[in-house]
Ligand binder design. Sequence first.
Ligand SMILES: NC(=O)c1ccc[n+]([C@@H]2O[C@H](COP(=O)([O-])OP(=O)(O)OC[C@H]3O[C@@H](n4cnc5c(N)ncnc54)[C@H](OP(=O)(O)O)[C@@H]3O)[C@@H](O)[C@H]2O)c1
Length: 273
Amino acid sequence: MTLAPSLSLNDGRSIPQLGLGVYKVADSATDALVAGAIDAGYRHIDTATLYRNERGVGAGVRASGVPREELFVTTKVWNTEQGRDATLHAFDTSLRQLGFDYVDLYLIHWPVPAQGLFVETWRTLEELKADGRARSIGVSNFEPHHLDTLQRETDTVPAVNQVELHPWLQQRAVREYDEAHGIVTESWSPLARGRIAGEPVLDRIAAKHGTTPGQVTIRWHLQLGAVVIPKSSSLDRVRGNFDVFGFELDAEDLEAIESLESGYRTGPHPDTM
Ligand SMILES: NC(=O)c1ccc[n+]([C@@H]2O[C@H](COP(=O)([O-])OP(=O)(O)OC[C@H]3O[C@@H](n4cnc5c(N)ncnc54)[C@H](OP(=O)(O)O)[C@@H]3O)[C@@H](O)[C@H]2O)c1
């Protein structure tokens, strides 16, 4: 069976470069989707408290029959649960929902600078890493200036920064900052929530390689060096989205995708969320 390659993290651990995102998958459907994805070769699942399907993720992992230590599961602390006490409580609740005794990666979901709590929350994640219940810790939706604040005020560089990233929002400044500081960039909404369908540039590249626009886009993320976590509720699409290791985009393809940058966001801006 083909497995995705892994990227090294700055804490000595590693992360499978292609995972399954489960935002907006109903909890009741998550068990079968996750077990099916693992059967297709996925070893990395991305959930969050917000998604209300951590129970289903844990059940799907157990149903897959693949040993827990061969899988990489991420969850996230939601905005209303920032601050030390609330984050510790949220983390315990997540572990209980998942039915796990550790997560592979715990992320601060958004910085929410207006709350002024992300530094305290980050120090709490440092505690969770020190006690081994969060094997790696990272952030999501952090702009370089939020990361600068963490660097000034805390001792640990995040292992991962998960940000909105797709052909219309290529996040050059964030990627450059992450790379310079040893942070792995992870792409959320990597398919721009389905906007890839009907884009002539992607259609043309897909036809050239005998693939689909979805596969071309996922391949583009891999070749950027990002971790990518496409979501689909359909097991057929989940399988198709993993079938990206048999072709390579060339310089001309990469240049054509680069020209799609427009600043378009599917989600809010991290400074104002
Ligand atoms: N950290 C954050 O703030 C944050 C925010 C958003 C998302 N995320 C994470 O990132 C993951 C992915 O992002 P996302 O769910 O927002 O969007 P996405 O993966 O960019 O797109 C998912 C949408 O694309 C469709 N789709 C899936 N495969 C396709 C293909 N091959 N061709 C055409 N359409 C396809 C899906 O439809 P069907 O389901 O009908 O197949 C769904 O509507 C989430 O599930 C979550 O884990 C994180």
